[in-house]
Design a protein around this ligand. Sequence first.
Ligand SMILES: [Zn+2]
Ligand SMILES: [Zn+2]
Length: 472
Amino acid sequence: MTATYKAFQAIAPGKLRAMDLPIAEPPPGHVRVRVEACGVCHSDALTVEGGFPGLTYPRVPGHEAIGKIDALGSGVEPWRVGQRVGIGFLGGHCGICSRCRRGDFVNCERQPMSGVHTDGGYAEVMIAKANALAAIPDDLSPVDAAPLLCAGLTTFNALRKSKARAGDLVAIQGIGGLGHLAIQYAMRMGFKVAAIARGAEKRDLAWKLGAHHYIDSKLQDPSAELQALGGARVILATAANSQSMSALVGGLSPQGEMIVAGAGGDEPIGISAIPLIFGERSIAGTLTGHSIDSEDTLAFSTLHGIRAMVETLPLAQAPEAYRRMMNNEARFRVVLAPSSRRFALNSSSTEPPMSLKTLASQFVELCRQGKNFDAMHALYAPDIVSVEASGEETAGKKPVIHKSEVWQANNAVAGEYVRGPYFNGPNQFAVHFSFEVTPKATGQRITLEEVGVYTVENGKITREQFFYDGER
Ligand SMILES: [Zn+2]
Ligand SMILES: [Zn+2]
């Protein structure tokens, strides 16, 4: 029996198909990675919808992939088997073209794009060029790290390379996958941040993310508003909408620059020559960054607690994840977690009752606080409290530590992540936990994934069921 792995291939415009593909050995200079998480990015449309130069079907999309190395090709240094790495959009520079010889690896003339020219992360396994790898810090979960490799890297790198200096007005156009990270980075870099989006409902979110000003482009003229604030030194345009970018140039200060990060919309960006000449304003594009830029992005994100807001779906639901992203339904990044395939969260089509929503969000909040195990269990019906509160369990060969044990064991918890609630129906919700623990028995840090599915009656949790993944 040949070993195979599951993957989703784009086979025709708009079509993704599940496939079992044979596991291959990595060629020289490459590594093979067991994918733990992969973000779903708007640029995946370059592959799925077709049309990117050099693209041939079938092709596995995905360029926000995190996983552990499980095989090394020859000549790969300093990477080692078992190390957690990430692979972003740029698939590894060639080292010999004229751009590479000038140290401009991002613009290498022969660089494959992950998930476009080579198979990407909508899969359990992927092969990547070693010089495209970014090391992933231990205190970042795979699901959290994934979106930072493209949405995070793109915005972080654009802002730090820009002309803006501490205290300058920086505008972020669009609060989506890229924009909601850009606001957090811009604020932490010390800029005065104006967020621009359509509609009043984004205002609270903009403030929560750290924006100092919110401009509702439905009601206000963003250029005039930016000028009223003194003019933007930098506008980072993240929404894939050429028309709304055209309307922003007038908001730049003299010497200001608009940086285009959101690709999409076939329409050209229309710009009058006058504001460019009088005021020496400029407009430029930005292309993610190199693997070391990825590591800088991750380090800065960890330092300042910057995370993408994500929804997780198992790999088996890749077509649904892609659809949510394309229809702007994702809040704000969908991440595929192949190892979570043993559970399926049904997104409920009907609105859950308010009582369920209240209980679920209360529960999730208590879980996030982590240590408040007793308070959390007060939400349970009396007969269920004792059921799951007992120590260590073993699922097959994999060590599984129940969260009560994790929380009670001193020094065991390295980090803990809680996502959800996801509603499975009128009386059920699910919560996705991932955390890193160091079991006393082995002393070795491992990542655990678990999904709790909770059934609710009369405002109490009457049943909980856990789906585990042990060491990944
Ligand atoms: Zn991307
Ligand atoms: Zn090159």
